[in-house]
Design a protein around this ligand. Structure first.
Ligand SMILES: [Zn+2]
Length: 176
């Protein structure tokens, strides 16, 4: 878990500021809660490096995230830069339980899993395998009687669903 990662004492103030940064697409959750903020360290050249891992390759929010981190470094007078790390790839398992609750409260069905035993099954995204996927519960009424209406929702990381009970459409943050 990223938040249990050892945090260097010299970066305590910087961490405190970085922990306030929110996801540009889902403003109720922070980058730390999403598992996007990976590390703050000193690079080989002595400069500070803030390591981030995008939730999705080609995620359009990454430029803004990198910009927000860079601005935070400047605000703290830190000579540093942003390092985008693609391996290991981001996974929804890095999301904190708190962030899943916040997504639900925000009206987005959170991804499955979250450290529960047996939940870390690799799923290959295929709409034809929809019947094998665990039920996505409606964030409005909690019903499992839902259907995917589009594999691509408001952003690439989300799929559009509709609840067949309360008829509300909602986003589901895909499992990655
Ligand atoms: Zn519903």
């Amino acid at each position: 878990m990223p938040r249990e990662r050892e945090r260097a004492e010299e970066f305590a103030a910087l961490w405190q500021a970085l922990d306030q940064l929110t996801d540009p697409e889902i403003p109720v959750v922070t980058l730390q809660e999403m598992g996007i903020l990976r590390d703050v360290r000193r690079g080989a050249d002595g400069r500070v490096e803030v390591v981030i891992t995008p939730t999705y390759s080609g995620c359009p929010a990454m430029d803004q995230i990198a910009g927000d981190v860079a601005a935070t470094l400047r605000d703290h007078g830190v000579d540093g830069h942003v390092v985008t790390q693609l391996a290991p790839a981001w996974t929804t398992d890095w999301m904190t339980p708190e962030s899943r609750e916040k997504l639900r409260a925000y009206g987005i069905a959170p991804p499955h899993g979250g450290g529960a035993a047996g939940a870390a099954v690799i799923q290959f995204a295929s709409t034809s395998a929809a019947k094998d996927r665990p039920a996505v519960h409606c964030p409005q009424c909690g019903s499992a009687n839902t259907t995917e209406t589009s594999h691509f929702g408001s952003t690439a990381c989300k799929a559009l669903y509709r609840c067949l009970d309360c008829l509300e459409p909602f986003d589901h943050f895909k499992n990655i």
